[in-house]
Design a protein around this ligand. Structure first.
Ligand code: FES
Length: 646
C-alpha cells in the first residue's frame, strides 16, 4: 500500500483534510465539507469555483487565465475544479465560491414593515436564473416588537390585548391563545407595560422583559434516516451561527425505514420509543448549538424539519405503519403546523415547528426541501435530481413538470452491510486509486479502519476498469485476470472457499491489526444498492421518453454525494452515461431547503406548491422496475464516458 498524502488547510474555517497527489482541489474542499459552486460542471469555464492559494505550490491550469484573468492568477487564485494537488497547501475560500453563498439574503428585507412576511406570495423570491438557488428574501415567520405601553387608566381602559395590538401596528396577530392570555396580565404588569412582543406565524407567543428584538433565532434540522443535522440561524441577519450533527439514535432499532416501520407495527410501544429517542437527539443538538453560540434557548422561536415520510411521521408521533404496506400511504402531505411544546422540543415553549410538506409514498419532506434548495421547480431544461441515501430519491424535471420516485437503496453506500464498511469518518478509506498497486486516501490521515461509500465506489470502479471484476460482479481469480494486471494487484486477490476477496489493506497497515477485505459478498451488496438507484433513474427517463443524453444536468444531493468521483459513479452505472461536467454536486440540499424555509415564509409557501405539483411514481407497482433492476445488476461493460475527468 503506497500512501503519500498532502495536508490541505482551508481558511477561514481552519478545516484540514489529507488528499492524495493529483486530487483536484474541488474534491478536497468537498471532503472538508465545503461545497463549491460549479455552474459549468467543473469544465473550467465559469470561474465560480475560484479559491486563493495562500501557501504551497499549485501551478495554474490551462483554463485558469482565460477564466480568472492575469491579475487574479498572479494573486494566487485558482480554479478548484481544475487545480491538482501536488503538495501541502493553505487555501482561502472566498465566501462567494461556496454553494450556499448563492443563497444571497436580501438583509434589507428585514427592514420591511413588521409582519410583511405574511404578505409575500410564492415566487416573489424567485431567482432570475433557473436551477440556481439565487436570491432570497429574509422574511421569517417571526417578528419581534419592543413597546412601551401607556398604563391603563380610567380614561384608557382598553384590554391588555387591545393595548398591545394597537402598539405594534401595522403588524397584527390572531386571537391570543389561552396559555398566553393566562400569563399576559402578570407579564405586562411585572414589566411595567414595557417589553418585547413576539409574533410567530401570526400568533402572539410571548411578551419578554426589555428589548430583545436583536435576539431572534431558529433551527433548521435535516432529519435523515441515519444522520441528523441541525443549523442555528440568526433570523435578524440570516447568518448561520453553528451546525451540529448526530447519528439518528433510531439506527439501533434498524438501519433503514422499513425496520423502523416494522418496529412501530409490531411493538405497541415502538412508535413512542422511536419518537422519544429522535426528539431527545434533536434536543441534544439544540443544547449544543445554544451552548456554543452563548444564547438563551427561549429566544429560539422556530424549528423547521425536513425528512423522509417515515422520519417526519415518527417525529410527529404519527404511526407510519401504512407506509409499510401497499399502496404505501403517508398520513399527510400538507405541512402540519405544531408548537414546540407538542413535540417536547426544548426551545421557547410557544415556539413553532414547521414540518415539510410531503409528496407521497416514501418521497417526503427532504425531497421537497431539496427541490426548494436546488430550484428544480424553476427549471426550463431537463434536469435530474438524485439524493443517494438509505433511500434514494429521484426527481426528474422535464418541460416544466416534475416526477419523483424513491428506491430502497439500503445502507451499503453509507458503509453498512459491507464487511469492512464504515461511515465517512476518521479512518475511513474514502478514495482508492489503482496504478500498479493500490493507493488510498484515509479520512484523518490515520491508518485505515474501514471503507466508506465513496471508497467502495472507487474500489469497484477501479477493479472493473482493470478487468479484475467482471461485469456480473464476480471477482476474478489471479489466473483469470488480464495478463496486464500488475503483480502487486494480483497478489491482493485472495481465493478462499470457492470465491475471491480483494485485499484493501494488510493487517500490519490497519487500525485493528486485521486485514481489510472487499469480499465477493460486499460487491453483491453494493450491486443491489447500485441497481436500485440506476433502475429508478432509467424508469423515470423511460416514462418521459428520454435518453440519458437528453439530461442537461444531474444534481447530486446528500452528504454522501459530495465525495463521489463522478466518473467512477458513472463507470459502475450508478449515474447515467453522460459527460461528467453535466453532473453537479449540490451538497446537503435537504438541510439547505430547511434553512430557506426558516428564513422566508415565501419559501414555505413554495414548498407547499412543490409538494402538490410533483407527480409521485410508485415503482413497486411498476412492472418494468424488476426488469430494469435485473439488468442494472450488471455493471456496464466499459466506461460509458471515457475521457471525462471526475
Ligand atoms: S470553472 Fe466552472 S466549476 Fe470550476
Amino acid at each position: 500500500m503506497k500512501r503519500q498524502e498532502y495536508k490541505i488547510s482551508f481558511e477561514p474555517t481552519g478545516r484540514q483534510v489529507y488528499a492524495l497527489p493529483d486530487t483536484i482541489l474541488l474534491e478536497a474542499a468537498a471532503q472538508a465539507g465545503l461545497i463549491l459552486q460549479t455552474p459549468c460542471g467543473g469544465a473550467g469555464k465559469c470561474g465560480k469555483c475560484r479559491l486563493k492559494v495562500v501557501s504551497g505550490a499549485c501551478p495554474p491550469s490551462a483554463n485558469c487565465r482565460p477564466a480568472l484573468g492575469e491579475t487574479e492568477v498572479a494573486q494566487g487564485y485558482r480554479l478548484a475544479c481544475q487545480a491538482r494537488i501536488q503538495g501541502d497547501l493553505v487555501v482561502e475560500v472566498p465566501v462567494t465560491s461556496l454553494f450556499e453563498s448563492q443563497q444571497q439574503i436580501l438583509v434589507q428585507a428585514a427592514d420591511l414593515p413588521p409582519g410583511s412576511a405574511r404578505a409575500l406570495s410564492p415566487g416573489r423570491s424567485a431567482s432570475a436564473e433557473p436551477g440556481r438557488p439565487g436570491e432570497m428574501e429574509l422574511c421569517p415567520a417571526i417578528s419581534k416588537h419592543f413597546v412601551e405601553l401607556d398604563m391603563p387608566s380610567q380614561a384608557d381602559a382598553r384590554s391588555d390585548v387591545e393595548r398591545l395590538r394597537t402598539a405594534i401596528r401595522p403588524t397584527d396577530f390572531d386571537p391570543v391563545g389561552i396559555r398566553l392570555l393566562r400569563l399576559l396580565p402578570g407579564l405586562l404588569r411585572r414589566q411595567g407595560f414595557r417589553g418585547t412582543a413576539v409574533i410567530v406565524d401570526g400568533d402572539l407567543v410571548d411578551f419578554e422583559p426589555g428589548d430583545t428584538t436583536s435576539q431572534c433565532y431558529g433551527i433548521a434540522v435535516d432529519v435523515g434516516t441515519t444522520t441528523l443535522v441541525g443549523t442555528l440561524i440568526n433570523l435578524k441577519t440570516g447568518l448561520d451561527m453553528g451546525v451540529e450533527a448526530k447519528i439518528n439514535p433510531q439506527t439501533s432499532y434498524g438501519d433503514d425505514v422499513i425496520a423502523r416501520i416494522r418496529k412501530c407495527r409490531e411493538d405497541a410501544k415502538g412508535l413512542a420509543q422511536l419518537q422519544r429517542v429522535i426528539i431527545g437527539a434533536v434536543n441534544e443538538i439544540v443544547d449544543e448549538l445554544v451552548r456554543a453560540a452563548g444564547i438563551d434557548r427561549a429566544h429560539i422561536y422556530e424549528i423547521v424539519m425536513a425528512g423522509n415520510t417515515t422520519m417526519q411521521q415518527i417525529v410527529c408521533g404519527i404511526d407510519p405503519s401504512a407506509l409499510g404496506e401497499l399502496p404505501f400511504v403517508p398520513v399527510f402531505t400538507d405541512a402540519p403546523h405544531l408548537n414546540a411544546a407538542d413535540l417536547a422540543l426544548e426551545i421557547n415553549p410557544c415556539g413553532k415547528v414547521f414540518i415539510f410538506p410531503q409528496i407521497g409514498g416514501f418521497v417526503g419532506g427532504d425531497t421537497v426541501a431539496g427541490i426548494v434548495a436546488s430550484r428544480l421547480d424553476r427549471e426550463t431544461e431537463t434536469v435530474l435530481f438524485v439524493d443517494i441515501g438509505t433511500n434514494g430519491e429521484i426527481v426528474l424535471a422535464h418541460k416544466g413538470q416534475m416526477i419523483a420516485t424513491s428506491v430502497a437503496a439500503g445502507p451499503a453506500f453509507e458503509g453498512a452491510r459491507i464487511s469492512c464498511g464504515m461511515r465517512a469518518t476518521s479512518g475511513a478509506i474514502e478514495k482508492v486509486v489503482m496504478d500498479g498497486d493500490l493507493r488510498m486516501n484515509v479520512i484523518g490521515n490515520t491508518r485505515p479502519a474501514g471503507l466508506c461509500g465513496s471508497g467502495l465506489i472507487d474500489t469497484v470502479a477501479e477493479l472493473l476498469r482493470l478487468g479484475i471484476l467482471d461485469p456480473t460482479g464476480r471477482l476474478r481469480t489471479p489466473d483469470e485476470v488480464p495478463s496486464t494486471t500488475a503483480l502487486a494487484l494480483r497478489k491482493r486477490l485472495i481465493e478462499q472457499e470457492g470465491h475471491v476477496d480483494f485485499l484493501l489493506a494488510h493487517k500490519t497497515e490497519t487500525v485493528s491489526g486485521k486485514p481489510l477485505l472487499l469480499t465477493q459478498r460486499d460487491v453483491r451488496e453494493m450491486q443491489l444498492a447500485n441497481a436500485a438507484i440506476s433502475a429508478g433513474i432509467s424508469i423515470l427517463l423511460e416514462m418521459e421518453g428520454l435518453k440519458p443524453m437528453d439530461l442537461s444536468r444531474v444534481l447530486l444531493a446528500g452528504a454522501f454525494g459530495n465525495f463521489i468521483r463522478r466518473n467512477h459513479a458513472r463507470r459502475i452505472g450508478l449515474l447515467p452515461p453522460i459527460p461528467c461536467d453535466r453532473i453537479r454536486f449540490i451538497g446537503n440540499a435537504s438541510s439547505l431547503g430547511a434553512k430557506r424555509a426558516l428564513l422566508s415564509v415565501a419559501e414555505k409557501q413554495a414548498a407547499a406548491a412543490i409538494a402538490r405539483a410533483v407527480r409521485h411514481v410508485d415503482l413497486s407497482l411498476s412492472p418494468d422496475f424488476q426488469t430494469a433492476f435485473s439488468s442494472a445488476m450488471l455493471f456496464p461493460e466499459d466506461d460509458p464516458g471515457k475521457g471525462c475527468e471526475g
